[in-house]
Design a protein around this ligand. Sequence first.
Ligand SMILES: C[S@@+](CC[C@H](N)C(=O)[O-])C[C@H]1O[C@@H](n2cnc3c(N)ncnc32)[C@H](O)[C@@H]1O
Length: 485
Amino acid sequence: MNYIYLGDCLNVLRDNIKDESVDLIYIDPPFNSKRDYNIFFDDKEIQTQRIAFEDTWSLKNIQDSLQELHTMKTENLFYLLLTYQKVAPHAFPYLVMMSLRLIELHRVLKPTGSFYLHCDPTMSHYLKTICDIIFQEKNFRNEIIWSNESSSGFKTQVKKKFVRGHDIILFYSYAEATFQIEHQPLTASTIKRYDKITEDGRRYKIYVENDGKERKQFLDQSKGRKMSDTWTDLPSFQTVNASREWMGYPTQKPKVLLERIIQASSNEGDTVLDGFCGCGTTVDAAESLHRNWIGVDISPIAISLIKRRLKDTYGKQLTAFEVRGTPTDEVSAIELWKQNPNAFQDWWLTEFEVFSTTFGSKGADKGIDGIGQYLVSETQSIRVAFQVKGGKVQSKDIDALIGVLSKHKCELGVFLSIEEPTKPMLDTTAQQGFVEFPGFQYPKIQILTLKDFFNNKFLKLPSTNITFKAAQFKGKKNKQIELGI
Ligand SMILES: C[S@@+](CC[C@H](N)C(=O)[O-])C[C@H]1O[C@@H](n2cnc3c(N)ncnc32)[C@H](O)[C@@H]1O
């Protein structure tokens, strides 16, 4: 069985993944910033709220985590971190939080497994010293340079330094790990060295063996050049943006990158895990290469995108998978709201594949949490404003939703609420009447409660939802690229 987990990978790993059960781990964690969760919210006010969700990096959490590391049998790591507290205080909280997660990842990796850590040059040197302790220096294989030379936008706006054209992937593997090296075509200058030709037209060169004897090496027997640790042949963000696989997730990596890693370090039927899986590039690549997979991400948006991505890509061919950690009934949804209202809001909106208020509009507004786009005909789409309310609801909440519809060019409004609506709210909603489209009419305002939702009561909306990707391309493409890390 394959799994997608919503949650902090630390807890997911601890609660769900057995020791030595995974063949290959790839992670692409946030590069020391809270931005990765906040990537979809470029409005300042919203960003501040979202940061509250990402309490992973809070001071209290870091102190607790350091304490925990102290009690584990990781003395060297503990002292290394204390050193970083002094010499690299900016990196220290990140390194503490990553250390705990790396320890768990190491625990679940089989003694025949491989581990890849995708990072950038600002953190890679610190992370390597930590990985050298956890995965052991003797198991370090490569520092892979993934070149994305064609960087543009904000990445090129640097002063008095060179433009960064690469990410770093640290590769560790155990002695018995699977490894199939890819070969690349020989360069023209190497081919030139095969300068002799047999009577039947085969090109070859002469080389001298260790025993001093000359031997022939035929060009048609060469497998090509063994892949080096410098990967310049894979598409960059820009190419990916233009490609069909681009989901609009700003930190999305190209699938070919993950395919290369998975093919090199696993076999069909092996289990591949990504603890920070974003919009599911690893999961998608593992599925297409017939590996089992486990994807974990803390963002409900990411989880929703993965589900959509897998269904769109594989349709009926998709291997069965289970989503864990998202609410499955009213009680668990209310529990999520109590623990974390922002996560609750994101979860519920993404159930309708509505992602954020920032698509196509500037910032958030009172009375609106998300805008969905729906096709009413092959050529016409409409915008629907969504508002989510966790606590007490009152008439002015519905008034606020109605009040912002025209500002955001939304034809319809949806009010999602935990509580039952009051009588005045129902009256106001009914007074709004219906909006007519050729052959259809939809209520201008609809209210759906959590109970309704879990009782499969559906909203009356056009059936086809424009994808996240399409919504994002609407005037936001460059902005999103700039937000990418
Ligand atoms: C750089 S992105 C990964 C992008 C991914 N490789 C892709 O191709 O889509 C980092 C991801 O880590 C997630 N994340 C941040 N903290 C996390 C945590 N503690 N546990 C699990 N996921 C986390 C963020 O939500 C974000 O999606």
